[in-house]
Design a protein around this ligand. Structure first.
Ligand code: NAD
Length: 472
């Protein structure tokens, strides 16, 4: 455990942050905007250094993908919160039905918020939640992932330059530090990571009754219905499946379609590869798998499917290997005939491997999805409005996207989160502000108001009136 990350020290940091916040009072709109703007500047001013660190951590990471998904998208969330925070902070007057009594719902900061981030989008998933956390007037302690050590160390250094430690602190370390971190008495804890670790985090938080937001993973299905444009479906599915080499919580995890359309899907996937990635191994646009352990897991997953009778089709450009251990790049790989006894259909894939399951009809696809844990997203391709509705009504998922993949994640006005095993609670935009605020009822009674009359004894005269009222 790195120095300064033991429970006693971490507890002391949380208590100091809380005391400082109590002494200074809740952050006003100007301070909230300032924190959001500093977060944005931290990312944009240092984007090259952050991109270099991320690429070194991954082995290779596409510069475009880093600038799009970690820099631009996160800066956009922070700017959106900064532009809207004044309106979000307004108290909402509500009717009371009582003479002389007025009431409002006043959003109040929760206090010190813990943020545990994963490695796959280290900036986005650290500072994305902070957009809501800071807009709501809180301070935060962040624990980035140990799997991207250069990036996490750079984040810690930059945060030290842009923020006072009483506004935003960074704790570095592995799972053991994560365990100590999730046992701290925060006012709220945001965890983004795997469903397995999410269970540990929620258990640890429960000891202190710390409310949690859990942004987890899972297996997000793509259903390609009989009237879908197969080329469009394949192109849109592969576009996201190859982004960050499939290391995305919202990545299409498996595809379901009719047996007689598989050939057309494979052809369309090859066409996509020719235009998007004419090479994989030496292509700067194609990202490596983050670690040897993750690489080995994906290769074992492909071998397991093959051994169990699936047809494995690598979409590697001709003359290139399907994968290369030195670059840790795996070309997109289709597993035709994915079955539930295969690793690829049992665990979240989180890489450029795409099982394809054949279905006889839409009802069977819905039954399959409903027999498994609720996914973070469900994707449906097909143009018939009634069948789109049948899919929408027949499934429950964090989000539903029709005729596209992952589009919802960059729409700031939509809540982003899972349901069931894919997560608890959603953020982004105003939903993040609300998630990290306490909606506090505040009531004003007038001096001449009828305070407590219904409750005040003696009851002899009031009782018959009340009984008559209840009998009507
Ligand atoms: P992970 O769960 O292994 O680790 C996430 C973080 O938790 C890391 O900082 C890690 O150090 C920490 N941690 C590990 N063990 C811990 C413990 N026992 N207690 C507390 N903290 C602990 O996840 P990962 O491999 O970094 O990320 C991949 C997973 O994250 C995938 O399942 C993916 O779907 C999910 N994810 C979800 C979202 C989302 O928004 N829903 C976004 C990105 C990734």
């Amino acid at each position: 455990m790195p120095q300064g990350t033991d429970s006693v020290t971490l507890n002391g940091i949380v208590q100091s942050m809380r005391q400082t916040m109590i002494q200074t009072g809740p952050a006003d709109a100007a301070l909230r905007r300032d924190r959001l703007t500093r977060s944005m500047r931290l990312i944009l001013d240092n984007r090259d250094a952050l991109a270099t660190a991320m690429s070194a951590d991954f082995g290779h990471r596409s510069l475009y993908q880093t600038l799009a998904a970690d820099a631009a998208t996160t800066a956009k969330s922070l700017a959106y919160a900064s532009q809207n925070v004044d309106v979000w902070m307004q108290a909402e007057a509500v009717g009371t039905g009582m003479d002389g009594v007025t009431a409002s719902i006043v959003p109040q900061p929760l206090g010190v918020v813990g943020v545990i981030a994963p490695w796959n989008f280290p900036i986005n998933l650290s500072f994305g939640p902070l957009a809501g956390v800071f807009a709501a007037g809180n301070v935060a302690l962040l624990k980035p992932s140990e799997l991207t050590p250069r990036t996490s160390e750079l984040i810690a250094e930059l945060v030290g330059r842009y923020f006072s430690p009483m506004e935003l602190g960074v704790v570095l370390g592995d799972a053991s530090v994560g365990t100590a971190f999730s046992a701290l008495p925060f006012d709220h804890l945001v965890f983004t990571g795997s469903t397995t670790v999410g269970r540990h985090v929620m258990r640890a938080a429960a000891e202190n009754l710390v409310p949690v937001t859990l942004e987890l993973g899972g297996k997000s299905p793509v259903v390609i219905d009989r009237d879908a444009d197969i080329a469009m479906a394949a192109e849109r599915t592969l576009t996201v499946k190859t982004f960050n080499a499939g290391q995305i919580c919202l990545s299409p995890d498996y595809v379901m379609l009719a047996k007689d359309r598989i050939g057309a899907f494979v052809e369309a996937a090859r066409t996509f590869m020719q235009s998007a990635f004419p090479t994989v191994q030496s292509n700067a646009d194609y990202t490596s798998i983050v670690s040897e352990r993750h690489f080995d897991r994906l290769i074992a997953m492909i071998a397991d499917a093959e051994a169990k009778g699936a047809q494995v089709i690598s979409l590697a450009p001709s003359g290139e290997p399907g994968h290369d251990r030195t670059t840790r790049k795996i070309a997109p790989t289709l597993i035709i005939g994915g079955r539930d006894d295969m690793m690829a259909m049992q665990e979240e894939i989180f890489g450029p491997v795409l099982p394809i399951r054949t279905t006889t009809d839409l009802a069977e696809a819905l039954a399959y999805i409903n027999a498994h844990p609720r996914p973070l997203a469900a994707y449906y391709f097909g143009h018939d409005a009634d069948r789109q509705q049948q899919f929408a009504r027949g499934t429950t998922s964090g989000a539903l996207v029709i005729n596209d993949v992952m589009t919802h994640a960059s729409i700031e006005s939509l809540p982003f989160g899972g349901v069931g095993a894919s997560g608890i609670g959603a953020y982004h935009g105003v939903h993040g502000f609300r998630r990290f605020s306490h909606a506090r009822p505040v009531v004003w009674q007038a001096p001449e108001g009828a305070s407590g009359l219904r409750l005040r004894a003696p009851y002899a005269e009031k009782l018959p009136v009340l009984q008559a009222m209840l009998s009507n």
